[in-house]
Design a protein around this ligand. Structure first.
Ligand code: NAD
Ligand code: WQD
Length: 336
């Protein structure tokens, strides 16, 4: 069976291609290279022993997408392609809505026309906004605090409406908590352009000497050590969650949403300490003011995915730091 993986050369999409391949599902990668390089294809070939087919095109390109679905007899789409920087989305909201919402709607229309009515969508825990209770389950109210988050809320709503309007559609929104880590081969991983927005890449780049020190944003939160708590999930566990969601909903229709998290929260200082132990070096940090828009604490109730999909994160904090460190030391500047 062949599936289209939009954004398949990116961080989460590329790891999901490995999990799909292991499950006997053939990914066809579809990426416009706006935040990736074709070097990923070579790395994936080294890891899996298979050269994946890929198409360089935009999700908003109706013709290219139609040809891809037809030529490869695609049965489902795993839709990772999006812009993802929260801060940038507040500066360039229309660019975010255009790419994350408008292009996705175009894609859904093309899929409908081509009768490919099976979609796995990259959503985010950001759709829960400021948590009203913890751990967060899928029934928590949906909202957002920034255009990136709203783009995910809007697409989730469109998916629900689409599945309600046409009983042949199956849509699954996977709400990721904080993806970190890298494939254990150390051949692919996360390599943000410019200064990392997220904690883990910032820690890794500091450990490898690309940055002098980490600013810890706020140490007066109501958390065990005053720093922010998040539910970090290993990228290979997250990738497997896509496969399990897809396989468990075969021949079903309707719209579904699942949290993909571990249920376990760690503070910023715990993350720095764990990484320092793995890298066997001190990682300098200083305390800075709270980052605007940040919440104190966020972690998942991952029970629904366990009950319905039989999926559960297996890898702990040691794997997250060790696999990140292997990737970071192999490719300190990412895949160039
Ligand atoms: P990424 O930037 O590494 O991957 C996205 C890929 O999509 C890139 O390869 C980019 O070139 C491609 N792309 C973007 N717009 C495109 C378009 N219009 N047409 C074709 N290709 C396009 O990001 P990621 O971290 O792998 O994120 C994947 C998905 O998961 C995104 O939808 C993101 O919003 C979501 N997500 C990410 C996180 C996270 O922390 N990384 C958390 C929650 C949700
Ligand atoms: C984690 C913790 C920071 C950097 C974001 C998006 C979310 C999702 C994942 C896509 C917080 C602290 C961070 C630094 C720090 N993306 N921190 N110094 O904010 O939970 O989520 O990425 O969907 O939508 O909002 O992740 O990694 O940025 O921050 O102290 O240099 O680390 O304050 O407590 P976040 P993060």
């Amino acid at each position: 069976m062949k599936v289209l993986v939009t954004g398949g050369m990116g961080y989460i999409g590329s790891h999901t291609c490995i999990a799909l391949h292991k499950a006997g599902i053939t990914p066809v990668i579809y990426d416009n290279l706006s935040n990736a390089s074709t070097k990923v294809i070579e790395q994936l070939a080294q890891i899996t022993g298979k050269t994946f087919e890929y198409i360089v095109a935009d999700v908003g390109d109706r013709q290219a997408l139609t040809s891809a679905l037809k030529a490869h007899k695609i049965q489902a789409v795993f839709h990772f392609a999006a812009l993802k920087a929260v801060g940038e989305s507040t500066q360039q909201p229309i660019r975010y809505y255009q790419n994350n919402v408008a292009n996705t709607l175009t894609m859904l229309d093309v899929m409908s026309l081509m009768n490919v009515k099976n979609l796995i969508f990259s959503s985010s825990a950001t759709v829960y906004g400021d948590p009203q209770y913890l751990p967060i389950d899928e029934n928590h109210p949906i909202s957002s605090t920034n255009p990136y988050g709203w783009s995910k809320v809007m697409v989730e709503q469109a998916l629900k409406d689409l599945a309600a309007s046409d009983k042949q559609w199956l849509t699954i929104a996977l709400r990721y908590f904080n993806p970190v880590g890298a494939d254990k081969s150390g051949l692919i991983g996360e390599s943000p352009k410019g200064i990392p927005n997220n904690l883990m890449p910032f820690i890794a780049q500091t450990a490898v000497g690309r940055r002098d020190s980490i600013s810890v944003f706020g140490h007066d939160y109501d958390t065990p050590d005053g720093t922010g708590v998040r539910d970090y999930i290993h990228i290979s566990d997250l990738a497997q969650g896509h496969v399990d969601a897809f396989l468990n909903h075969q021949s079903e229709e309707g719209s579904y949403a699942y949290n993909l998290g571990t249920g376990q929260g760690y503070t910023v200082l715990e993350m720095i300490k764990a990484f320092a132990k793995t890298a066997n070096k001190e990682i300098p940090y200083d305390f800075a003011p709270r980052r605007s828009g940040d919440i104190a604490c966020n972690y998942a109730d991952a029970g629904l995915a366990k009950r319905k999909l039989g999926w559960q994160a297996k890898r702990g904090l040691d794997s997250m730091t060790e696999d990140t460190w292997r990737w970071q030391t192999n490719y300190p500047n990412g895949l160039e």
